[in-house]
Design a binder for this molecule. Structure first.
Ligand SMILES: [Zn+2]
Length: 469
């Protein structure tokens, strides 16, 4: 008797259960568990006998993986210098962020260089892909197009004729394979389709790019499992209201993961941005008191974000404390430390703190940036525009070291910042970071530094009044 092969799989994280339940114990999501048939097809087929293969010694010739330039330097930078033969990349990002545009541009650049590039769209009809190519002025590039979703058909077509150097599958969530019984779009289907495409890449030497959509939590939708199967996971990010896009490697077997590629979305496609700081800094209100740039880490990724603070005299008996994007308790703690150890009087002031761009910061490393923004607003002292801040503040007023300071500093340097205000203790010897570091041991010294730069509002007003008269 064959074992009962039905199982219930969480569509968010891939955890398997014997029976259905409303909430996934593994990831905490509700209503994500669906029934799937995990058994392979053809149950009557006898098990295949293993084939003998030669084992090799550890010593021997080692080849540096040969690279094929994508034709887009910003993309090459992120993947570590170009596509590796037989490698599989997963490119994730929100729908509409420009993944298809990026990849059709890469395919066109490769085709122009005389390589065979194939673009399979499971989302759009060929005519739609053609329209996009026309808009991007890529129509003359000899990219081969198809609108297909059957992995078996795709692999049969790709295996026919010369092996393509690049295959783009847009998207992996639309692909389905006969080898798995589950419904299209389920974790098991996506995993099965990805497995078949990965086998093809390894066998043929073609570089395969899988496009994956991202959930609101920032994970490649559904199959986190395929993140472990591919050689590299790239994430294409940006905000709807901004024109810039950031490509970063979340995982990379053949290169570093701390490189980012920056693009600007224009009417005629993605423009590569060689100097990202211009673009990034163009959105900030420079020279305004109450803003500080925090060099943070989101998951494994460094993210720079602006912390905005407004400290204003309160008309209320109990002054307001409002915070968006950060922990309310954390704010209260920083305010208490400023009062108790730094002589900053806030009891009669309303305090507003906002993390720009709708980001939600979890880490205590934001303490120093928040304190800097608060004091900057109170003292009416703009902070240096080319500085980033990070560090945890303890109840004693000491500035404590935080993890990943090298990654934070590298990201800041990458985005064009020139200096960083960092914790004194545990400072990593970041020799390869081109940033002027100011070490702060106690919050008091930061406060007095900022206060020394500022003009108290009343005196500033008085001065303006004198100038008017
Ligand atoms: Zn789950």
């Amino acid at each position: 008797m064959a074992k009962h092969a039905q199982s219930f799989v969480c569509q968010n994280c891939g955890a398997a259960y014997r029976r259905w339940q409303g909430k996934c114990d593994a990831c905490g999501e509700w209503n994500t568990i669906a029934e799937e048939n995990a058994a392979a097809r053809a149950p009557g087929r006898p098990p295949r006998k293993g084939r003998l293969f030669a084992l090799e010694p550890l010593a021997g010739e080692a080849h540096e993986a040969p690279r094929l330039s994508s034709g887009l330097p910003e993309l090459d930078r992120v993947i570590g210098g170009g596509f590796v033969r037989g490698s599989v990349l997963l490119v994730g990002g929100d729908p509409g962020i420009g993944k298809s545009t990026l990849l059709i541009e890469a395919a066109a650049a490769l085709a122009r260089a005389g390589h065979r590039a194939v673009y399979i769209s499971g989302e759009e009809a060929v005519a739609q892909v053609r329209l996009r190519a026309e808009r991007l002025a890529l129509s003359e590039a000899s990219v081969e197009l198809a609108a297909e979703t059957s992995v078996e058909d795709i692999l049969a077509t790709l295996s026919d004729g010369a092996t393509p150097r690049l295959v783009v599958i847009d998207s992996i969530q639309t692909m389905w394979t006969d080898a798995v019984d589950s419904a299209p779009g389920t974790v098991t289907q996506v995993r099965g389709a990805a497995q078949a495409l990965i086998r093809f890449a390894k066998r043929s030497g073609a570089a395969v790019i899988l496009v994956g959509h991202v959930t609101k939590e920032g994970q490649i939708a559904g199959p986190r499992v395929i993140e472990h199967m591919v050689d590299a996971v790239l994430s294409f990010e940006g905000e709807g209201s901004h024109q810039f896009r950031i490509l970063r490697a979340v995982k990379n077997r053949f290169g570093p993961t701390d490189e980012i590629g920056v693009f600007e979305m224009t009417g005629t496609g993605l423009r590569q941005v060689a100097n990202p700081s211009e673009l990034f800094l163009s959105d900030r209100d420079l020279g305004v008191p109450g803003t500080a740039v925090f060099a943070g880490i989101e998951g494994t990724r460094p993210v720079l974000v602006e912390i905005q603070a407004l400290v204003a005299p309160s008309a209320l008996g109990t002054p307001r404390r409002a915070v968006v994007g950060w922990d309310q308790n954390r704010l209260s703690m920083v305010l208490a430390v400023l009062e108790a150890h730094c002589g900053v009087r806030l009891a009669t002031h309303d305090v507003y703190l906002n993390v720009a761009g709708g980001l939600r910061i979890q880490e205590p490393a934001c303490d120093l940036a928040a304190a800097a923004a608060l004091v900057s607003s109170l003292a009416n002292a703009p902070l240096p525009a080319d500085a980033v801040y990070f560090g945890e503040v303890s109840l004693s007023g000491a500035v404590r070291p935080v993890p990943h300071s090298t990654a934070r500093l590298k990201e800041a340097a990458k985005l064009g910042f020139a200096r960083a205000i960092v914790p004194e203790a545990g400072r990593e010897p970041a020799a390869d970071v081109a940033l002027a570091l100011t070490a702060v041991g106690a919050l008091t010294s930061l406060v007095s530094d900022i206060a020394a730069r500022g003009v108290p509002p009343r005196r500033a007003q008085a001065r303006m009044a004198r100038q008017d008269g």
